[in-house]
Design a binder for this molecule. Structure first.
Ligand code: CUA
Length: 456
């Protein structure tokens, strides 16, 4: 008796919760209103079945509950009832699936005029490629994937003007259809933007695709919706839907594959000349100066140096009120006249003999080794850095600098800026270090692992 009422209350409560729950769909920001219709049909059909089955269960409990002297009747076959059940279930399933098939058909068939963007996923970051003036993507070859050829572009001349977006931030023009072509470098990922009602798997060895028309200007978050490894939760990107003119100006300012190749041939003499103003704080050969909190630069990769100089220049680093040394750095970064100069000075710094700092005095390096296992996925098992994840080398950096940066990430003094996507990721990862002691432990390990003085 009681159990029947519990079932009835649970059923009605569930329906009520669905209707008044604060967790509803985000506002729709694309043309895919049909997705919402499909979701509503699904909720309606499954909801009706849920209510019917549970109320039937409650009714059966009430109607056929135990009464003295009454015996159950066993009826293994009932052709009529089975026929009805099959028919009703069949209609229900068809009502669930058929609308989805129409929507899916539209979802993968992009209109002729759609412009195209390639989405590349890898553990644990997103990058994007847009075709150049010729409107064609250069052919890619997975065998050509290298640290200095992150898109794996082959010999195809059509690829030289392809525009590359190395950072997980994409602009899309409002009101214009875009086809997204997705590929993965390693494992399954899933590209999802909830407000667009759009998601699709990235499958290694295949190019999957869908299209959409963004309808509302704003910032939208891309998440990876396929468990793809330890930093899956931090695999995010941002899409800004903007006016078409803004999109075009952004697109035309993106580096091309040809620019990227040119960066591989920097002018070291020009870099040396620019480095003169850095040398006062960071030392003539990039050794750093602890007294004025200038970290060593020797041993850092050109890719990382380039990115940080860019961040300082655009105010995404070194602008936080509590980042004193960062604020000091910013005007120096702004002295560099252009991107070629950034590339040259970064390349010049990379010619220095890597710095070696003494092992940290504080911290338990054995405990730190356990914590470091998560960091190793992006920064390398020996802190040597990993080009594919763009994780900079940590080995050789002094303890005071590592501690300060980790504390800054933990507190959001570094890495919170919307234009610093890798910093955002690092803010998430640094939360794993729950207190100052954990920071010191992991730094104790990092300062030993690169120099061969770690405890086994
Ligand atoms: Cu990529 Cu989860």
């Amino acid at each position: 008796m009681i159990i029947a009422w519990v079932v009835i209350l649970l059923t009605l409560g569930s329906v009520l919760f669905y209707l008044v729950s604060p967790w509803q769909l985000t506002p729709l920001a694309s043309n895919w209103g049909t997705m919402d219709t499909t979701i509503q049909i699904t909720a309606l059909v499954t909801g009706a079945v849920f209510v019917a089955v549970n109320l039937f269960l409650a009714w059966v409990i009430l109607r056929y509950r135990h009464r003295a002297g009454r015996r159950a009747d066993f009826q293994p076959e009932n052709k009529r009832l089975e026929g009805w059940l099959t028919l009703v279930t069949g209609v229900g399933i068809a009502a669930l699936l058929a609308p989805g098939l129409w929507v899916w058909g539209d979802f993968v068939r992009a209109p002729e005029e759609a412009h195209r963007v390639e989405v590349v996923g890898q553990q644990w970051r997103w990058s994007f490629r847009l075709p150049g003036e010729d409107g064609e993507f250069g052919r890619v070859d997975p065998r050509a994937l290298e640290a200095d050829n992150p898109f794996g572009l082959g010999e195809d001349p059509a690829g030289l003007d392809d525009r590359l977006v190395m950072e997980p931030r994409l602009l899309l023009p409002q009101g214009q259809p875009v086809q997204l072509r997705l590929r993965s470098k390693d494992v399954l990922h899933n590209f999802q933007v909830a407000n667009f009602r759009a998601k699709m798997d990235l499958v290694p060895g295949q190019v999957s695709h869908f299209w959409l028309t963004p309808t509302e200007p704003g910032d939208y978050q891309v998440v990876c919706a396929e468990l793809c490894g330890i930093a899956h939760f931090a695999m995010r990107a941002r899409i800004d839907v903007v006016a078409p003119e803004v999109f075009e100006a952004w697109r035309d300012g993106l580096p091309t594959q040809a620019d990227w190749l040119a960066r591989a041939n920097p002018d070291l003499e020009a870099g040396r000349a620019h480095y003169a103003s850095c040398a006062a704080c960071h030392g003539a050969s990039g050794g750093g100066n602890a007294a004025i909190q200038a970290p060593p630069l020797a041993g850092l990769t050109p890719d990382y140096l380039y990115r940080q100089l860019e961040l300082f220049r655009r105010g995404a680093r070194g602008t936080h009120a509590e980042d004193g040394p960062g604020q000091q750095m910013r005007p120096f970064a702004l002295q560099l006249p252009d991107e070629a100069a950034i590339g040259n000075v970064a390349a010049y710094i990379a010619t220095f003999e890597p710095a070696i700092s003494p092992p940290a005095e504080a911290g338990d390096s054995r405990r730190g080794a356990g914590l470091y296992r998560t960091c190793a996925h992006c920064h390398g098992a020996r802190g040597e850095g990993v080009a594919a994840t763009r994780g900079p080398p940590l080995a050789g950096l002094p303890d005071w600098y590592l501690i300060r940066q980790l504390e800054h990430f933990r507190e959001g003094i570094r890495g919170r800026h919307a234009d610093d996507p890798y910093g955002n990721q690092m803010v998430d990862m640094a939360q794993m270090l729950v207190n100052r002691r954990a920071v010191e432990d992991v730094v104790a390990h990092i300062t030993r692992v690169g120099t061969g003085t770690e405890e086994e």
